[in-house]
Design a protein around this ligand. Sequence first.
Ligand code: FES
Ligand SMILES: [Fe+2]
Length: 452
Amino acid sequence: MFDYKQPYVLNPSAPADSLEAKRPAFDNGTTVLDPSRYYSREFMEKEWRHLWPRVWLLAGVTSDVPEEGDYTVFDIGAESVITVRQANGSLKSFFNVCPHRGNPIALNERGSVSKFTCAFHAWSFCLDGKLECITDEQTFHPDLVRHRPGLSEVRTDTIGGLIFVNLDGKAPPLADWIGLPKGYIENYEIDKMHVVRHVRTEWRANWKTGLDAFIETYHLAFIHPQTQTVMEDFSQYDLYPNGFQRMIVPLCVKSHRVADQTTVDAGLQFMMQDAGMKPDEFNGTASEVRPAVQRSKRERAKRLGLKHYEKFTDGQLTDSWATGFFPNTQIGMHPEGVFIMRFIPHPTNPELYFYDNMTLFRNVDDPTYFVPAWMGLPKDTDVSGRTRPNIERFAAGVRADLGEVLDQDVDLVEAVQRGVRSRGFRGPLWSEQEMRLRHVHSEIDRYINGEK
Ligand code: FES
Ligand SMILES: [Fe+2]
């Protein structure tokens, strides 16, 4: 195999079986893919037939449905799925459609009910999906309703506070399908975090053009030069089975591209503050900030009894473990909270998608514990977990207040979408810093070509 140069191994002394260790290489070949996958209707239709129904899709988080009758709705393409908490504490999911005439059963993005009642003719259904009552049942021929038409169930399962659904019901068990080692997700205790912000913006690009721009840090120095003072752009890239992948992006460091590795400037000072440190009292150099922040967070966690920190490596306390869930989700994982981003295809237009971003935070009731500034939450955000904000929705071309970096990404991704249509573009040439892209696209092709 070609002896490529992996630019960054975060911790060369990490034990081979640890979650931090650099994974062995995975040969996804060097084929240059036809760019029509980014814009053709034919490819989009293949995805609707062969990909989306067959995989496990991240449909929501368990902290959104804590009590019996709490439900949340997940929309993708023509489908809408309700997930509802049962009396016995389990979750069930249903296609959000009434068996009578097809009206959606749940009209809100989430809520709490004792039963579902269809708004069209008021048929009602129990939380477990069974038919409860048909309005004026005596006016139906008994043959039509003898089977007691209930809600149509969707296979669902959870892992570490994340809810997944599988639309065709035939995927392998979720635990086998998730390509990540045991504990990888669970250690973060996402079930104890709450959504504190949820934004969905429409971008004028294919969902894969969007995803591709978020699963490498090769572009940071050029599109987001401001990040160079607080993060390294040589990430450690790792590939897992079933199209899963991750990059570890070191934070609280300057990029290796910055000449001055000594001065602790504003960006690093903010990061120290977030960790409960006093930047004025710090005497070290810029390259000493990351371990100092790790020590400070470790001590703070001990003091506050945050037991789950014991499962994290030092690196996990500062860095972003940006983890790719095949096919369309990336979770930026941090001990304080996680960013869940889903790249949701538009139902009919291959050159539109929804960038759906949920910010989750684990609230700690202590004056020395802050919401990190890098989470980018608006000033008055309620982070207590007591109120679940509704989705803020923005149409294509309208700027959501997601910060400067995201604005740069919108402009970039929409420009690339125009470029990939050019006759002069012959397909992406991916480096080893872009190995995650090749891994995802190869797995997509295995589905499309019937090898999965
Ligand atoms: S469509 Fe639901 S009751 Fe008629
Ligand atoms: Fe970016």
